[in-house]
Design a protein around this ligand. Structure first.
Ligand SMILES: Nc1ncnc2c1ncn2[C@@H]1O[C@H](COP(=O)(O)OP(=O)(O)OP(=O)(O)O)[C@@H](O)[C@H]1O
Ligand SMILES: [Mg+2]
Length: 398
């Protein structure tokens, strides 16, 4: 875009003179003879400079300068003045003029001054561009900072999990032996106690409580167990069926019907069979607990893909149970989160599931509607080199 100059001068000779010099130098020129002619509807943003006569017939430079500056804030205004008026031209500088030039105009002088103005303008524009770039960079930085904060949050979460894992492992190991002893002793005492002995009930209560502690310890050990030691080819539907068989009695007692839906062409995956069974068992147990008065449990297995595009197997455990309250949905996979009665749930079931799924580089998500039911969806990558390698290395490290 050419540098455009607006000449405002009532003297036709000056106008023509300026026009000649400017055109020759490659400037685009427009000229007007009065203030009235100046302030018509124009595209003010086009002007790089305005050459303004100090004394127009209908106005002085000072009086129209503020308006010009407002209309064309980016244009540099240069006052054109006679010798006699130099003082007032200097005054005009205070009203926002950028420069002044004395008549008769020396073409060389004008060239130098305009070139300087053009250069200033260019620098200003560049500055604006770089300012914008800086603002953009700042905005990007802001986004990155937020991402970093989110990641930090996740890391804290991971660290917390790891901490829980270590603590759990040490406590569980410590508790395992004394619990075993108590259990054995109790069994023998119970065996020696007559069925109608009034103390028998108390002993049975103690026995149940010990069993509950043993279950908690077993879960804690599972949670902290590095695992992944038994990686092999796994047929997911078969594993699901095995888990159904294991829990069938428990489910049937509650009037729960199980309707498996297996796609006929589910690919095998590379995984730790034992751990997968653990996942399914936890999910089935949760579903069973969610349907105390019966319902339907649908274990569904289909071919799928992970977000990364990697082929995968999608396992959905759908129940028609009580559902999860929306405000609990985000924390049900946290270790020790449980809504179950004191002593019923350790709150580790889903945390274990999530950990196992993550170790297999899969994803676990939960959808739930209160009073309607819950779907736990697990996507596990199909057997592939990467998956296996990572599982192996992680397993052998620990
Ligand atoms: N299928 C489900 N339907 C409704 N609520 C569920 C379901 N699965 C999990 N929940 C909710 O999530 C909580 C956490 O589940 P999680 O399996 O981790 O622990 P838990 O079942 O309470 O105890 P644990 O499994 O250790 O014995 C449960 O207490 C329950 O409130
Ligand atoms: Mg559970």
């Amino acid at each position: 875009m050419p540098f455009r100059v607006l000449v405002i001068d009532d003297d036709p000779d000056t106008r023509e003179n300026l026009w000649d010099i400017l055109e020759l130098d490659g400037y685009a020129v427009e000229s007007v003879g009065s203030a009235a002619e100046t302030f018509v509807d124009r595209e003010w943003a086009r002007y790089g400079a305005i050459l303004l006569d100090r004394r127009l017939p209908d106005a002085s430079a000072e009086s129209i300068l503020p308006r010009l500056r407002t209309l064309a804030p980016d244009a540099a205004v240069m006052i054109v003045t006679g010798y006699a008026d130099v003082q007032s031209a200097i005054v005009a500088l205070r009203y926002g003029a950028a420069d002044y030039i004395v008549k008769p105009i020396d073409p060389g002088e004008l060239r130098t001054r305009l070139a300087r103005i053009a250069e200033q303008q260019r620098v200003r524009q560049e500055l604006q561009v770089s300012n914008r770039a800086r603002e953009q960079a700042l905005a990007d930085l802001q986004v990155k900072t937020e991402e970093l904060q989110a990641t930090t949050q996740q890391l804290w979460q991971a660290a917390r999990l790891a901490g829980v894992g270590e603590l759990a492992a040490s406590i569980a190991h410590e508790l395992n032996n004394p619990l075993g002893t108590v259990h054995l002793r109790l069994e023998s005492v119970l065996a020696k106690t007559a069925a109608d002995d009034p103390r028998r009930h108390s002993l049975e209560v103690v026995d149940q409580e010990v069993e509950r502690m043993a279950r908690l310890v077993a879960n804690l050990l599972l949670f902290s167990r590095p695992g992944r030691d038994q990686v092999s080819t796994v047929r997911v539907p078969s594993e699901v069926i095995k888990t159904i068989e294991l829990t069938e009695h428990h489910l049937r007692r509650r009037g729960i019907e199980v309707h498996p839906e297996f796609h006929p062409a589910v690919p095998d995956i590379f995984a730790d069979r034992q751990q997968l069974r653990q996942v399914f068992l936890n999910l089935f147990t949760n579903a069973g607990d969610a349907m105390p008065r019966g319902g339907t449990l649908i274990p569904r297995v289909n071919p799928g893909v992970l977000d990364s595009g990697r082929p995968a197997v999608m396992i959905e455990i759908v129940d028609t149970g009580v559902g999860i309250a929306p405000e609990h949905l985000h924390c049900v996979t946290e270790p020790f989160f449980s809504t179950k009665d004191e002593g019923k749930g350790t709150g580790l079931g889903l945390a274990i599931c999530r950990r196992i799924v993550e170790q297999h580089h899969g994803t676990l998500e939960i959808e739930s509607t209160l009073g309607r039911g819950t779907t736990v969806r697990i996507v596990l990558p199909v057997r592939n080199g990467e998956n296996v390698d990572e599982l192996m290395t992680e397993g052998s490290e620990s």
